[in-house]
Design a protein around this ligand. Structure first.
Ligand SMILES: [Zn+2]
Length: 261
């Protein structure tokens, strides 16, 4: 490989990613050499972006904002960099998270060894470790001309979103939708159809979105998870999730569908 070939460097300190200031905007650094000192941490190969290799690495210290660089948290970076760079930064964050949480074999406690870009093996018992992806559902529940929106206690900010929850073992995604809507709001839903999905690197997930129709029940909140839930019509929507989320894409889709009717 040509040594002078530029490389995209996804450099993280905890949840913060390094951005380079360039001509009045921001970018993931794309340089032949690492943009800052790397402290000897393992450099992971990711994929290619616009024809150049992508690498990711952790640094011990945050980089103070200066003329050339700034560090922002991964979620916030959505507002700074193009979607293709943001998506790759998410993948990078998932790989680094996996690397940090797979140092020792969970079966016998021996230090693991990486033998492929995303595979480690225990030299003692042979147990193999790959990045674990946690699947979670999002449910857009329709009732006549309104949709169910909820405020989860763990939401960052004053917005309302969709019912969401992690898939359990032995469960189909559709069963998960029914269970989560019932557990969180006491409502029965049916007519569940797939909408789309989105990697969700906080820290290592996949959101899978479904549209469902209300069947029966009164809203009965699960207090530990939700602080509010109600049906909202299109002209009475509360503050919505940010554009980066699949939930927002689903709500926008519904708003546009409703407008057409
Ligand atoms: Zn082992």
């Amino acid at each position: 490989m040509n040594k002078l070939e530029p490389t995209w460097w996804f450099v993280f300190h905890n949840d913060q990613v390094l951005l380079e200031k360039k001509e009045g905007s921001f970018t993931i650094p794309c340089t032949p050499e690492a943009p800052i000192a790397l402290n000897g941490h393992t450099v992971h190969n990711l994929a290619t972006l616009n024809g150049y290799a992508c690498k990711t690495v952790t640094t011990d210290n945050s980089v103070e904002e200066n003329e050339k660089f700034i560090m922002v948290d991964l979620r916030g970076s959505y507002d700074y960099i193009p979607p293709s760079q943001f998506n790759m930064a998410g993948k990078a964050r998932e790989i680094l998270y996996w690397d940090r949480t797979s140092t020792y074999c969970p079966v016998c406690g021996v230090q693991t060894q990486q033998f492929m870009p995303i595979a480690k093996k225990c030299p003692e018992c042979g147990y193999e470790m790959f990045p674990n992806i946690s699947a979670a559902i999002l449910a857009l529940v329709r009732k006549e001309d309104s949709i169910l929106l909820v405020r989860a206690r763990n939401f960052r900010g004053p917005f309302y979103g969709l019912v969401a929850g992690f898939l359990e073992t032995g469960e189909t995604l559709e069963e998960c939708v029914k269970r989560e809507v019932m557990e969180e709001t006491g409502l029965t839903v049916d007519n569940i159809t797939y909408f789309g999905n989105q990697p969700w690197p906080f820290p290592s997930g996949l959101m899978v979105g479904f549209i469902a129709d209300y069947v029966s029940g009164e809203i009965n909140l699960q207090d530990e998870e939700l602080s509010e839930a109600a049906f909202y019509t299109r002209d009475n929507l509360p503050e919505l999730p940010r554009k980066l989320s699949l939930a927002r894409k689903m709500i926008d889709w519904w708003v546009n569908e409703t407008t057409k009717i």
